[in-house]
Ligand binder design. Structure first.
Ligand SMILES: Nc1ncnc2c1ncn2[C@@H]1O[C@H](COP(=O)(O)OP(=O)(O)OP(=O)(O)O)[C@@H](O)[C@H]1O
Length: 116
């Protein structure tokens, strides 16, 4: 198989493994389905759809990276180490920052359509 398609296959394997085994990723996929359904039912402009897709893709991609950081840290040490904890907390912090920004942007898009 061409190396490009092999890399693609590995990436799909990583995504499927993450979604099947990681609770947080399962939640993000569920949340994405809810947001996409709400977007469809509400009726969004092309620009709004693009923003929603960037936010959903970014959120899931960031959660995949967070999971990768957790796995690498666990591979390096299962003992308690302040740096191990810090690495996990920093990665989790990145997810939280993006999630809060996404929630605010979601409210900016949806609240005027639903309540105003
Ligand atoms: N080896 C370690 N040394 C020090 N602190 C750690 C270590 N492993 C985890 N921690 C701390 O415990 C927290 C939870 O880590 P853990 O690996 O259990 O993630 P988790 O709760 O399973 O996360 P998730 O719910 O995202 O899967 C980390 O954010 C970190 O603060």
């Amino acid at each position: 198989m061409h190396p490009f398609f092999k890399s693609f296959q590995y990436a799909i394997k990583g995504i499927l493994h993450g979604v099947r085994s990681e609770r947080n990723l399962k939640f993000h996929v569920f949340a994405a389905a809810v947001v996409l359904s709400a977007s469809y039912l509400t009726g969004l402009s092309a620009n709004e759809w693009m923003i929603i897709i960037i936010l959903i893709g970014g959120m899931i991609a960031l959660e995949l990276v967070n999971t990768a950081v957790e796995k690498v840290v666990d591979l390096i040490t299962e003992d308690f180490h302040p740096l191990a904890g810090l690495a996990k907390d920093l990665a989790a912090g990145a997810v939280l920052v993006f999630a809060v920004c996404s929630a605010i942007i979601g409210m900016i898009i949806f609240i005027p359509k639903w309540f105003i």
